[in-house]
Write a protein that binds this ligand. Structure first.
Ligand code: PFF
Length: 462
């Protein structure tokens, strides 16, 4: 089968940034920021980005680019080239866990994507702005209880994603990133300007800029490790989801990335766009929430319950609501494409399937999981595992376990076993200084495994 590639460096950067920028940035980051002390959360997040995620991103993209293969066989191919033993074990923890992760991710991501579409349609019809303030929470709850509406909206997203993925890497994925990302950032800036100039928005801005030491563990009664660990685990889980790290998506996009292009430049840009999008989302949502006299710690409902209230009190609220939900739709599509592509790429590679066939099979797998999750979440089917409905379970497994296990495997694989071919691959297109090699080695061998082990141990015992 002919190997597909991105047409240009920017094609890769924007597609990978499109994968990264999604509901994780716009829906998840602001509410976590609101729950974990604003600036304290942001600082921990940025530290994690530099010490753990940055080297892991270089590692994941390089594994893909060096092996030019799918997320499971990549470990075997590189492992064989350095005479590594236990190749199945590496492929199992690095590859198959990524497959489990993306499948879980698909199943709950389409549900939230469906909510976005529903709110966009409500905003378009003008209904959203007419709902009584006291009814907004009930409206959201009603949506989450209706499996039919959620299924229809989610399946529309699923079809759209399938069509783009069928169109291929250059014509579908790359083009979507190239056109959608600039529009996305233009909308971001527009909304930011509006949000920060609202009456009373300063309280939200100062919430975002004031350090609340208790979230870093410093309380009036001394140091509290539990509080710090809560902020740390939330930030680390968020970083994985937000950067699409540890799901095989960067690995697969890396396998389409030309070895002639500069890896560092690409990673820098992807991280920059992703972090910018997360921070801008917080700057859009939190000041607006404060200006409406609401609480920033209201959790996942922030985007769907609190924000419509803000739009109702804004002059031109109809326009801003439409623009905002459109932003969410665009960001969601560029992310679902990449989640989808991991499985499509696997089927094409492993079973020698044609792209459109593989994409249709993935559509049915994703559709089945998503339907099951929706039925459980809406209460239409009484399926609970460990006391959690399937939506909460999938989100929890992905943000705490699968991405962390895959990332830990990647860190150990590159840090201890495959540093040579990976550095060789990066060197083909960029100057690798000895300072970078040291940083890469120390972070992958010690810092990332330590951070990830802490996350996993805390998750197991909490
Ligand atoms: N990074 C996406 C977001 O922030 O919404 C989510 C995501 C995309 C996760 C692709 C995993 C993935 F493979």
């Amino acid at each position: 089968m002919k190997k597909e590639n991105f047409g240009s460096q920017w094609g890769f950067i924007l597609a990978a940034a499109g994968s990264a920028v999604g509901l994780g940035n716009i829906w998840r980051f602001p509410y976590l920021c609101g729950q974990h002390g604003g600036l304290s959360f942001i600082l921990v997040y940025l530290l994690i980005l530099f010490l753990i995620c940055n080297p892991l991103m270089v590692a994941e993209i390089s594994i893909g680019r060096t092996s030019k293969s799918n997320c499971v066989d990549a470990y075997r191919i590189i492992g064989e080239s350095v005479g590594l033993k236990h190749l199945r074990l590496w492929s199992f923890f690095g590859g198959w866990f990524a497959v489990i992760g993306v499948t879980l991710c698909l199943s709950f991501y389409f549900l939230v994507a469906g909510w976005v579409l529903y709110y966009f349609l409500e905003a378009m019809s003008g209904k959203l702005l007419q709902i009584e303030q006291s009814q907004l929470a009930a409206e959201f709850e009603q949506l989450t209880k209706s499996f039919s509406i959620q299924l229809i909206c989610g399946w529309i997203f699923l079809f759209t994603t399938t069509l783009i993925v069928i169109a291929g890497v250059k014509k579908g994925i790359e083009r979507a990133g190239l056109y959608l990302m600039p529009i996305l950032f233009a909308i971001f800036i527009l909304l930011c300007l509006r949000s920060t100039t609202l009456d009373g928005a300063e309280k939200g801005t100062s919430f975002l800029l004031t350090l609340q030491p208790q979230y870093l563990g410093w309380t009036e009664n001394g140091f509290n490790f539990k509080l710090l660990s809560e902020t740390f685990t939330a930030a680390l889980g968020q970083a994985f989801i937000s950067l699409s790290l540890g799901f095989g998506a960067l690995l697969v996009y890396g396998s389409y990335f030309s070895p002639k292009e500069n890896m560092f430049k690409a990673v820098r840009h992807i991280e920059f766009f992703d972090t910018l999008a997360a921070l801008l989302s917080a700057v859009i949502i939190i000041p607006a929430i404060f200006s409406a006299g609401m609480s920033a710690s209201s959790g996942p409902g922030l985007t769907f319950i609190s924000l419509p209230h803000v739009f109702q009190h804004l002059s031109g609220g109809h326009f801003w609501a439409l623009i905002f939900y459109l932003l969410l739709i665009l960001a969601t599509v560029t992310s679902t494409i990449s989640i989808f592509e991991v499985l499509t790429n696997l089927l094409m590679n492993k079973l020698n399937m044609q792209r459109y066939r593989a994409a249709i099979v993935v559509m049915f797998i994703a559709g089945f999981c998503f339907t099951l999750v929706t039925l459980s979440f809406s209460g239409a089917l009484d399926i609970k595992i460990w006391g959690r409905d399937l939506f909460t379970l999938a989100d929890w497994l992905v943000s705490t376990y699968t991405a962390a296990i895959v990332s830990l495997t990647m860190a150990l694989f590159v840090g201890y076993k495959a540093m040579k071919p990976i550095i060789h691959n990066i060197r083909r297109s960029a100057h690798v200084s000895s300072a970078f090699t040291r940083y890469f080695l120390v972070t992958l061998r010690y810092i990332a495994p330590l951070g990830l082990s802490i996350l996993l141990i805390m998750a197991i015992f909490s």
